[in-house]
Design a protein around this ligand. Structure first.
Ligand SMILES: [Fe+2]
Length: 239
C-alpha cells in the first residue's frame, strides 16, 4: 500500500510530450519513448453503449491477479481461448494458441463492442481482447509487463469510463489522460505502471492485443489523423 501511495504521489502528474512538426509512424511507435498516445481519431465511437454492455455483465467477471499485484481487479475475455483467458504464453506453443483464439460468448452479448472491433478498429487480427474492471478502492500495484528492451507503443487500452479520482500512472511519463466519456490510447507497457481507483464507481476499460495484417494502411491513417489532431489541440491549449 505504501508502494502504491508513493508511486502515485511521485508520478501522478500530467506530462505533455512535445510533438514534432511532421508525422513519422516509425518514430512515434518505436523511437519516441512516449508512454502513451491518444488515438483521438477514434474519439467519437459509441463508448457509452459499449460501457453499458460491459457493465451489464459485471457479475460475470473473473478476479484478476488477486493473489499478486491486483486488488478489486477483474477481467472478462471477448476474444481468446475462453471467457477467462490470461497471458497467452502460459498455454503452450504460441502459434498453436493463436490459431485457437476466437470470439467468446461475451462478444455475442456485446454487439456494439464487437462491431467496433470488427468494423472500426484498424487491425485485422486479434490476440486477446478483454474488459478490465477495477472496483472502487481497487488498485493494480506498480509493475512492468515487458522488458525494457521491448520499448514500443503497442497494445490499446480504451477507457469505457474513467471516473474522476481513478488514475492510470506511468513511471516518469505521468498520468494517462483517459476520458470518462471514453477514449482510446496506445500504451507502452514496458514502462512501470499502476492504477488506483479512488472513486466510488467501478472503472471499466477494454484492452486490445492485435496484429495489423492487411489493415496496416488503416492504422497508418488513424495514427496520422490522431497525431495532427493532438498536436493542434495542444497548440491551441485545448488538451
Ligand atoms: Fe500492466
Amino acid at each position: 500500500m505504501q508502494d502504491l501511495e508513493l508511486f502515485h504521489k511521485e508520478h501522478g502528474k500530467l506530462i505533455q510530450e512535445k510533438y514534432p512538426d511532421t508525422f513519422d509512424p516509425k518514430w512515434l511507435l518505436m523511437e519516441s519513448g512516449w508512454g502513451y498516445f491518444h488515438l483521438s481519431a477514434l474519439d467519437n465511437q459509441p463508448w457509452k453503449e459499449m460501457h453499458q454492455e460491459a457493465e451489464a455483465l459485471a457479475d460475470k467477471f473473473y478476479s484478476h491477479r488477486e493473489d499478486s499485484y491486483g486488488k478489486g481487479w477483474k477481467s472478462l475475455t471477448l476474444h481468446g481461448l475462453n471467457d477467462d483467458t490470461q497471458s497467452l504464453g502460459q498455454y503452450g506453443e504460441r502459434d498453436k494458441v493463436l490459431s485457437e483464439l476466437d470470439w467468446t460468448w461475451v462478444a455475442d452479448k456485446c454487439p456494439t463492442t464487437k462491431k467496433f472491433l470488427t468494423d472500426v478498429w484498424p487491425a485485422e487480427f486479434f490476440n486477446r481482447v478483454r474488459f478490465m474492471l477495477l472496483e472502487p478502492g481497487g488498485y493494480i500495484l506498480p509493475h512492468q509487463d515487458r522488458p525494457d528492451e521491448e520499448k514500443r507503443l503497442s497494445i490499446c487500452n480504451i477507457s469505457l469510463n474513467n471516473p474522476q479520482d481513478c488514475q492510470f500512472v506511468f513511471k516518469d511519463k505521468g498520468i494517462v489522460p483517459f476520458k470518462d466519456e471514453g477514449s482510446a490510447f496506445l500504451v507502452d507497457i514496458s514502462n512501470p505502471h499502476s492504477v488506483w481507483n479512488r472513486s466510488d464507481k467501478p472503472r471499466i476499460h477494454m484492452i486490445i492485443h492485435f496484429e495489423l495484417g492487411r489493415r496496416t494502411r488503416d492504422m497508418f491513417y488513424t495514427l496520422r489523423q490522431s497525431f495532427y489532431t493532438n498536436r493542434s489541440r495542444l497548440n491551441e491549449g485545448l488538451e
